[in-house]
Structure formats: structure tokens, C-alpha cells
Write a protein that binds this ligand. Structure first.
Ligand code: NAP
Length: 304
């Protein structure tokens, strides 16, 4: 529940135990990133300097909501004193029933990472745009007519498949540990993007070898690589078959075992840090209607 005591003192009741009291100027705009856990989020680091640079009197804050309290908190979404917010793990799908409108890409991807609150409460997905802009900038890659191997079939995979198919990829081979999930995803996206050939495979060495041989790009959307103890998904010898460009959505560590393996094979590589940057820039543009100060956001994001 949100109580606006007066325009200067906002109280956000996140759950029975947690009340967040925010003091902001009467006319200030409030933005947030909502997730659980949220302490690790780098979004405030890039959004607050960007708001300053745009001359917007506003604040961007992390808001942690326990999964058990999510529906209760969001049943009063229209009373929240927010102009907009980002949504991260694990709420990108659970937020959808609270939206009054969805952008076309959010509808197809089935996940919302950006919400704008004005006349309507509208959900967007800027991960797809962030991913594609990063591919262009970091790998000088354009998807049109290309063959892509995509590892994983979770939420992030959906945004990446959307971006690649929407930009005219000729072939997207989805490989996943749980092959049934890859099959469901391939079937679903084939309906929306009939011009792309979207196929499903098990994440196994022989299947990898078949599809990687003529791939232009390999994208890791799995969470494998976050931990030091995680296994290597693609050996250097497989990358050497064709030396595709390799993109890993993971940015911490900056160079996963997968990227190390690809680099050894001589592939061009990039991690997902600029995807984070560009999804944030797009969200800011949706909220403010102004061009995002990308260089300011980049500097803030990449500073220690
Ligand atoms: P998710 O929905 O939980 O999906 C996780 C995926 O990883 C599934 O395909 C899962 O396979 C696979 N996986 C997990 N453990 C595995 C293992 N031991 N071996 C093989 N496959 C395994 O997660 P998500 O939201 O898609 O996020 C995935 C990754 O993308 C995370 O690392 C996240 O940090 C990153 N990400 C980065 C950005 C960015 O801006 N750079 C944005 C979004 C996400 P199963 O289906 O078989 O379980």
C-alpha cells in the first residue's frame, strides 16, 4: 500500500515489516527498479546521473519486494507515486496482469522490464532493443539473413529471439538443457516470425557441432558462467570449426569461460554489459520522451 502523506513525504509499505520513507521535492519524478533481491542492481548507478544530465528533477531507486507480497503491492499500482519503473528477476512475467496496455514486443516476448505510468500503465520490453543495439555496437553484427545459435530457453532467450527474428535472421537454432522448453519456444516464435527458420535442439555436443558449423553468431542466454564452478558450454575446438562471433549475456564475470574459449579460437566476443546500458537508455527515453545521455550512463555504469 502507498500513502502519500503529503507531496514531500512518501511512504511505501513494501510488506508488513518494511516501510520505505522517501523525502523528495514536491515536483520531483520518481523512478525505480523492482525485483528480489535488488541490492546488486546497477540501474540506479546509471539512471540518476542521466536524470541530472537531462535536467529532470527526479530520483531512481531500488525497490525490493518479497515475492509473497508482489500481488498485494501491485494491486495498488495506480496509487504509486512513480512515473515509471524497471522490473527485474523474478517479476518480469508476474507484472503483466497489472498492465493496462502492452507494447507489441512485450506481448510477443511475454515479459515486461519497463513500465511507464501516465494516462495508462503500459508495459514494454527494452531488453530486446538493448541486446540488438549491443550486438551492433560491440560486434558490428546485423542479423539480417544470418544463422544464429542461441543457448538457453528462459526469459532472456525470449527477448533475444524476438530481436533477432524481428531483424530478419535467416535461422535461429535454440539449444537448451531441457529440450522441451526449446521446442515450445521454437514453435511459439515460428508463428510470429515465419520468415526465420527457428529450430529446437538439446544442449549436447553433437547437436552443437551440427549447428555451430555454419553459424554467424552464438549467443549464451543461459545462466551458466555466472559461477566460477560452472561448466564450459562450448569447447574451443567447436568454435574453431567456423569462428562465429560470440555474445554472452552475462557481464559479471566480464569474461566467462565461454568467452575465453571463443577468444582462444579467434572469435570476436562481447559480454552483456552494453545490453544493460542500452535497455536502460531505451527505458529512460520511454519515460521522459528525451534522448538518453548514453555516454553519461555508460561512464557511470562502467566506473568502479
Ligand atoms: P531463466 O529464465 O532462469 O533461464 C535460465 C536458462 O539457463 C534456462 O535456459 C536454463 O535451462 C539454463 N540453465 C540454467 N542452469 C543450467 C545448467 N547448469 N546447464 C545448462 N543450462 C542451464 O533466466 P533468464 O532470465 O533467462 O537469465 C539468463 C541469464 O541472462 C542470466 O545470467 C542473466 O543474468 C542474464 N541476463 C542478462 C541481461 C543483460 O542485460 N545483460 C538481461 C537479462 C538476463 P533449463 O530450461 O534446462 O532450466
Amino acid at each position: 500500500m502507498v500513502i502519500l502523506q503529503n507531496a514531500l513525504n512518501l511512504r511505501l509499505f513494501l510488506n508488513e515489516k518494511t516501510t520505505l520513507i522517501i523525502m523528495i521535492k514536491k515536483e520531483a519524478l520518481l523512478f525505480a527498479v523492482i525485483g528480489y533481491p535488488i541490492a546488486h542492481s546497477l540501474s540506479p548507478k546509471m539512471h540518476n546521473p542521466a536524470l541530472r544530465e537531462l535536467g529532470i528533477n527526479g530520483r531512481y531507486m531500488p525497490m525490493e519486494i518479497k515475492p509473497d507480497n508482489f500481488e498485494k503491492v501491485f494491486s495498488e499500482i495506480d496509487k504509486m507515486p512513480l512515473r515509471g519503473f524497471n522490473v527485474t528477476v523474478p517479476f518480469k512475467e508476474r507484472i503483466i496482469p497489472f498492465m493496462q496496455e502492452l507494447s507489441p514486443e512485450a506481448k510477443i516476448i511475454g515479459a515486461v522490464n519497463t513500465v511507464s505510468i501516465s494516462e495508462k500503465i503500459k508495459g514494454y520490453n527494452t531488453d530486446a532493443d538493448g541486446f540488438y543495439r549491443s550486438l551492433q555496437e560491440d560486434l558490428n553484427f546485423s542479423a539480417k539473413g544470418k544463422k544464429i545459435v542461441l543457448l538457453g530457453a528462459g526469459g532472456a532467450a525470449r527477448a533475444c529471439i524476438y530481436a533477432l527474428a524481428e531483424k530478419g535472421a535467416a535461422q535461429i537454432s535454440i539449444l537448451n538443457r531441457t529440450a522441451a522448453k526449446a521446442e515450445a519456444l521454437a514453435a511459439e516464435f515460428s508463428v510470429h516470425f515465419s520468415a526465420s527458420r527457428i529450430t529446437a535442439h538439446a544442449l549436447k555436443k553433437d547437436e552443437l557441432e551440427t549447428v555451430i558449423k555454419d553459424a554467424d553468431l552464438v549467443v549464451n542466454t543461459t545462466s551458466v558462467g555466472l559461477k566460477e564452478s560452472d561448466s564450459l558450454l562450448v569447447e574451443t575446438a567447436l568454435f574453431e570449426l567456423n569462428r562465429p562471433a560470440v555474445y554472452d549475456l552475462i557481464y559479471n564475470p566480464a569474461q566467462t569461460k565461454l568467452l575465453e574459449s571463443a577468444k582462444k579460437a579467434g572469435c570476436k566476443i562481447a559480454n552483456g554489459k552494453n545490453m544493460l546500458l542500452f535497455q536502460g537508455a531505451k527505458a529512460l527515453e520511454i519515460w521522459t520522451g528525451k534522448e538518453a545521455p548514453v555516454e553519461t550512463m555508460r561512464q557511470a555504469l562502467f566506473s568502479e
